[in-house]
Design a protein around this ligand. Sequence first.
Ligand code: EPU
Length: 340
Amino acid sequence: MKPIENYSLRNLNTFGLNASARYYASAESLDELRELVEWAKKHRLPLLPLGGGSNILLKDDYPGLVIAINLGGIESLPFGENKRILRAGAGVEWHDLVLFALKNELGGIENLSLIPGKTGAAPIQNIGAYGVELKDVFYELEALDTLQNEILHFNARDCRFAYRDSYFKNEGKGRYIITSVSLKLTAARDYKLNLSYGGIRQKLDEMGVGEAGIRDVSDAVIRIRKEKLPDPSVTGNAGSFFKNPEITKPEFERLLAAHPDIPHFRLDSGRIKIPAAWLIDRCGWKGRKVGRAATHHRQALVLVNTGGADAEEILYLAEMIRKDVEKKFGIALTPEVNII
Ligand code: EPU
């Protein structure tokens, strides 16, 4: 299988940026993936595994081999009395895995409905939404170690999950290609729904749902997401552009004195998480457009490509926002999106 030269990545990143890959190939099986990794090594080219392209900002053309990870398949294996392990190929669309779980009456990932992207990318940033993170249901993953050319297993501890973070964004960065992800889900009849995010209960009430099941929660989350977040197939974006900052108690006390209405969330670590969207909104950035980049009118944390923007325009807007938030609140925002 020969990689294609000078391949446009425009349709492979949800920001819709017009970058290209020096070489591009799709891996539909583990053998193909190994072959492509060897090919890149032989030609001394860097490698970029690509899932749904929904959490990246391509700054430039990629000088090496981009491999679209298209390993499919979902397997369901029994685990104890009322659980099952769902093992999905890294190329399975994340939401398809959610639908599979719902169809099989398995609870655990309904709050993570409609997150764009593929399953293999989910552990890298420990995807999370509406009170649940991937780590809450994670069992193990398999990854190709591109240095040793062997498949390794990683359990939850090996992955060192944290808020939008894992081993694969730190020490393990660039070395492994995740090939499958296994989740431990619970039979819906024995499963306790997670309704900790206030908006879900409110949405269920609006929907007229009294006693909710996993499907209702999934529907509620889908409605909330559709109301707040731009659809990447219509408007280029990569979800939240920055992480929600976590600050120390003394820093928080100082902020609270100046901004008594600041929304906040106390973490077990003693630190306090502040919604970046609120900080950005308070700086007057919500819905503002600079060139062809803008912040979303319903969610200030989401940067959008209003049509034909290039990476510089988005990064310029991000930098202006970062500077303003730093100046007004003394908080340094860090990107959640992977800038490549
Ligand atoms: N808010 C504003 N202005 C806005 C939007 C929000 O002031 O324009 C304030 C409100 O006080 C709101 C708070 O910010 O209560 C939090 O907003 P929201 O519930 O929309 O969530 P978020 O903290 O902005 C995070 C995740 C999202 C995830 C939602 C729901 C991060 C970086 N983002 O956003 O994940 O969907 O919670 O759980 O943690 C993503 O990672 O790409 C993503 C979309």
